[in-house]
Design a protein. Structure first.
Lengths: 274, 262, 317
């Protein structure tokens, strides 16, 4: 960490590439593009008074939407924790023809527009399904959409950790008498856990805000399959801007909590590094 | 034995969730013949949507690239007070719902918004017009270049830049000849991710654009509109175009990764 | 006792071990010595069960262990880079093997305390490996391997990752530990000085084959071939043959016998003096003299002298 030590000694007046201009431009751009609109959001949600805010977020349909969002996001990230770890394991430890293609395919949900993802799932699991599975207008459809968009997160956080994992530790455990399952449970898993948590937090942040993938397949049925983002969209279309802003602030708070969670997991993950 | 089971599970999961549905979209797009599919994506509205999407990306991506490099430099090299906060704000768009983003922009730039009236009085319409869609796309695709360049900058350290300074190079020369070449793969990767995100944006532009076909519809909004009008071939064909763009993005990332290691 | 019989191991086209047989007597401290690629680590890992041979067997205490997994061999293994379980404390690391074998809690506690005392890490139990120095981590790894009372202890370049001073300390520490505990021990090294310093017996390996097996002194004084001679101990070449620098002497040029040469360099290394010469036939020869001899001869650069062997014989090439 010589860079950090060096900059601690370096006087603040030292010129570097970009100079103070870069700081000014960066913060100006961020303020204009990100902070300004978010500030307007928070202000607008409170503009009609605390009562209006409270009523907006305790509206039964809003509460149901938030509940649906939270419950199904949690279910989906739990599934991702398991499936994602298995996929990462297979990509790192296994070898088969076409593995490189499979590895590239994992990133598809990152690159594919969400609306296309929704339509894609609807094709196989909707009313015109060739295999007769119709999950449209159900929470299963909702879950599928969320699983699709959050697929890469756990895989991509676990993969590098698994690659870096010291195989010597597993051999040492074997020489001490541990079988495969014991080695996984006591040696491999504890070292993977922070990466899994990190992926889970990222998946969760993504899932609670998802709109495009969900909007086609879930049917957006209030009190059943309507998620928070769809509810907010509906409120905007009905000109209930205060209501939309209030529920948006709640979603914003959840997103911020998720981001802080990710940061905390990162610090937890590096606590044993020496 | 266990190894085979894991492999079957992993591949099966990916096939069921990703590959088979996508393959089916390709099938459905050409179900009524390639001619029908081609016609569906070459209607005036479709073409307009396509070019509008490209135009927005052509503005948003360079803007975010310049910002991304400057911001990364500011955060890593200057380490100014509040750089941790800046880092956090840069990450926000990744966690925010796009609908919330659209609403926030609406509240600033729409008629009843903070700047909306002033801008409209000066002949500048943001919401339900191109500028709003550009702003929304910039917002959601903001983090990628920063996040890719920051770790690269940290890793290479500033010794090369210090050496250049002792040899007489100005700030700009150092940046252009030393820093930029060193971070070029990080920038390239960030640009690819930014482009993918910009091309695929849906929720935020759905709110700020008004979704007027032939005027303020991007390709993603076009897919949605075709679906709502039960024009499935149109929806699938346009989806295929977007999917091809996505695959091109994936191919580009692979190329960038390869280029990085030569 | 642990033995390999006719073991062959290939990695793709590369033959790491070519029909190797070696027997390690019970209670001994044996070194597998050789350059990189000689197969010594591979042989060690085959003995441990971490690699399966393509041909040949492994015998542990008169039983065929070739098909046994490493879990079942009761062989302790210590890695060059410690392989510490970094998410567990030192105590938990050492206790690992005992916990796997489901020993009762108090038995484990007693044994771990015993071992930490043995490796002089008492009081470090609650620390994490990241908080230990390299030498301490390796001592912990040894304690961990010894906890389950293995029949054989195998160490793969155990001091390779440590700096020179710590290496020397741990070398003598290992020797003393072996004298106390008497476990059959095999360790791999590429450092001939380390092998000579620590081991009772040395197995010299090269390119997947065993060149010679014997006590350090035997290998030094009666090397079986050129490879062993040049690998174990310093050598110099004179008239196309290998000799030990201290087996050569310098005599005035006009005396009989020996090869004529000119002194290029004289280096005073404390109690010995190294003289580098160029012979008439353009060979570079090194001769080692004691301080007394050098004082008597007073060699200086440019002197023309004769180099010849002392009473001891030069090795057959």
């Amino acid at each position: 960490m010589t860079s950090a030590a060096a900059s601690a000694r370096r006087p603040l007046t030292r010129k570097s590439a970009g100079g103070g201009l870069s700081v000014g431009i960066a913060t100006g751009y961020l303020s204009l593009i990100v902070l300004l609109p978010l500030a307007a959001l928070v202000v607008r949600s409170a503009e009609d008074g605390a009562d209006a805010f409270w009523n907006a977020i305790t509206d039964p349909q809003a509460v149901a939407a938030l509940e649906t969002t939270l419950v199904w996001s949690l279910v989906v990230v739990a599934i991702n924790a398991g499936a994602g770890t298995v996929i990462a394991w297979v990509l790192v430890r296994d070898d088969f023809r076409g593995k490189a293609i499979v590895n590239a395919v994992i990133d598809l949900p990152f690159a594919l527009p969400t609306i296309v993802a929704g339509l894609t799932l609807l094709t196989l699991y909707g009313p015109k399904s060739p295999i007769g599975v119709n999950a449209a207008y159900t929470t299963v459809g909702l879950a599928l959409a969320l699983l699709f968009v959050t697929l890469p997160f756990v895989v991509r956080t676990v993969q590098p950790v698994l690659l870096e994992l010291d195989r010597d530790m597993e051999e040492a455990a074997a020489s001490l008498g541990a079988n495969s399952l014991q080695t996984f449970r006591r040696i491999v898993f504890p070292n993977l856990f922070p990466a899994i948590l990190s992926g889970v937090a990222l998946s969760f942040a993504r899932a609670v805000g998802e709109f495009g993938a969900v909007v086609l397949i879930s049917g957006n049925i209030p009190y059943k399959t309507e998620v928070a983002s769809v509810y907010i969209f509906g409120q905007i279309e009905s000109d209930n801007v205060t209501g939309a802003a209030a529920v948006s602030v709640v979603l914003l708070a959840i997103s911020l909590l998720a981001l802080m969670g990710i940061g905390a997991v990162r610090r937890y993950a590096t606590r044993h590094d020496g | 034995m266990g190894r085979l089971a894991l492999r079957v599970f992993a591949l099966g999961y990916l096939a069921a969730l990703l590959l088979i549905p996508l393959g089916l979209v390709v099938f459905r797009a050409f179900e009524e013949g390639p001619g029908e599919a081609w016609e569906a994506v070459t209607t005036p509205d479709a073409l307009h949507a396509f070019w509008l999407t490209i135009l927005i990306a052509a503005i948003a991506v360079p803007a975010n690239t310049v910002f991304g490099v400057l911001c990364a430099l500011a955060v890593v090299r200057r380490r100014f007070r509040g750089h941790g906060l800046v880092n956090g704000i840069v990450d926000l768009p990744l966690a925010l719902s796009p609908v919330v983003v659209g609403l926030a922009l609406f509240l600033v730039y729409a008629r009843g918004g903070w700047f909306g009236q002033t801008l409209l009085d000066n002949g500048m319409q943001v919401i339900f017009a191109l500028p709003g869609m550009v702003l929304a796309t910039i917002f959601v695709s903001l983090p990628f270049v920063v996040r890719e360049v920051v770790p690269v900058l940290r890793e290479i350290g500033d010794e090369q830049e210090q050496a250049a300074a002792t040899l007489g190079a100005s700030s700009w020369q150092t940046f252009w000849r030393i820093t930029l070449p060193a971070i070029r793969w990080g920038v390239a990767y960030g640009v690819v991710l930014t482009t993918a995100r910009a091309l695929g944006e849906f929720g935020a532009v759905a709110v700020v654009s008004g979704r007027i076909a032939g005027k303020t519809e991007t390709l993603t909004l076009f897919v949605n509109e075709r679906f709502e009008r039960f024009d499935l071939v149109g929806a699938y064909a346009a989806s295929l175009v977007l999917a091809l763009m996505a695959i091109a993005t994936l191919a580009a990332t692979t190329l960038v990764r390869k280029g990085e290691h030569t | 006792m642990i033995a390999a019989r006719n073991v062959t191991k290939r990695f793709g086209d590369f033959v790491a071990l070519d029909g190797v047989s070696v027997e390690v007597p019970s209670g001994s401290l044996t070194a597998l010595l050789g350059p990189s690629g000689s197969g010594k680590s591979t042989l060690l890992r085959v003995l441990a069960g971490l690699e399966t041979p393509d041909a040949g067997d492994v015998w542990i205490s008169d039983e065929d262990a070739t098909r046994l997994s490493p879990q079942k061999r009761n062989v302790g293994f210590v890695f060059q880079h410690y392989a510490a379980f970094k998410h567990m404390t030192v105590w938990e690391n050492v206790a690992f093997g005992l916990k796997i074998r489901k020993r009762p809690k108090d038995a484990i506690a007693t044994r771990v305390a015993e071992l930490l005392d043995l490796v002089q890490l008492t009081g470090f139990g609650e620390r994490y490996p990241a908080q230990l120095s390299g030498g301490q981590r390796q001592r912990m790894a040894l304690a961990r391997a010894l906890a389950v009372e293995p029949e054989v202890l195998l160490l793969d370049e155990p001091f390779g990752a440590l700096d020179a001073r710590v290496r020397k300390e741990l070398r003598s520490w290992l020797r003393r530990l072996h004298d106390d505990v008497h476990v059959t021990t095999v360790f791999v090294t590429h450092d001939q000085e380390e092998a000579m310093d620590v081991a009772d017996r040395i197995v010299v390996m090269n390119e997947g084959r065993i060149e010679q097996v014997g006590a350090p002194r035997d290998l030094y004084e009666r090397p079986a071939n050129e490879f062993v001679m040049t690998f174990v101990g310093p050598t110099t070449q004179i008239e196309g043959e290998y000799a030990r620098p201290h087996d050569l002497e310098l005599v005035p040029a006009d005396e009989h016998g020996g090869v004529r040469a000119e002194i290029l360099r004289v280096v005073h290394l404390g109690f010995e003096v190294r003289v580098e010469l160029l012979t008439e036939t353009d060979e570079e020869v090194t001769v080692q003299l004691t301080r007394e001899e050098a004082a008597g001869l007073a060699p200086s650069v440019g002197d023309r002298v004769c180099v010849r062997s002392r009473e001891r014989a030069v090795s057959a090439s």
